[in-house]
Each structure stands twice: as structure tokens, then as C-alpha cells.
Design a protein around this ligand. Structure first.
Ligand SMILES: [Zn+2]
Length: 101
């Protein structure tokens, strides 16, 4: 890969892998900023760990609401999620009915 900025052509500077207007470009920091390019970064171990933590927080909240969520359930698409929300709503409604009586 060429080691110069795809916009200004500057060489010998640190280049960033970016996405700008749906194109993959290697840009210097100045052009990346001017183009409002999105930097592509490989996730660090730290970021992966944080992502996993965020996931388990969601899982904990779901469990607190009385749900056992299987890992593959979370990956499925909208219909399942909608069903999940509907079930949650039902459970909450049932809960409030118990409180009323
Ligand atoms: Zn540049």
C-alpha cells in the first residue's frame, strides 16, 4: 500500500486507515479531520474486554427482570427481540396486577 495521504499526498507522516464517503482511504491526521473521516481501528484487548463487560451488564439487567437469556438469543434479529419486549411487558403487567390485589 502507498505510504502517502490519499488526499494531500503528503509522505512520511503517520497515516490512518479511514472510511470517508464509503471509500477506504489512508489519510494523514489533518486530512482525516478535514474529511470528517471515520477512523478504522483494530480493537485493542481493552476495548474487547469493555465490550464484553457491557454485554454482561445487559445480561445482568435482563436476569434482574426475571429472564434467563441464552447467548444465541441475543444475536437473533428483531422479531425475537420484539417478542422479548412483549414478554417483558406482560411480566411487568402481571406484576402490577399482583400489587393491586
Ligand atoms: Zn493529507
Amino acid at each position: 500500500m502507498q505510504d502517502k495521504c490519499a488526499v494531500c499526498g503528503i509522505e512520511g507522516r503517520k497515516l490512518f486507515d479511514t472510511i470517508s464517503n464509503f471509500r477506504f482511504l489512508r489519510l494523514c491526521s489533518r486530512c482525516a479531520f478535514q474529511e470528517h473521516a471515520t477512523l478504522i481501528e483494530k480493537p485493542t484487548e481493552e476495548q474487547i474486554r469493555k465490550a464484553n463487560t457491557a454485554y454482561s451488564v445487559y445480561e445482568r439487567l435482563a436476569k434482574a427482570a426475571g429472564f434467563e437469556i441464552k447467548h444465541n438469543q441475543l444475536r437473533k434479529k428483531k422479531p425475537k427481540k420484539l417478542k422479548f419486549l412483549q414478554t417483558l411487558k406482560k411480566r411487568l403487567m402481571r406484576k402490577s396486577q399482583i400489587q393491586e390485589t
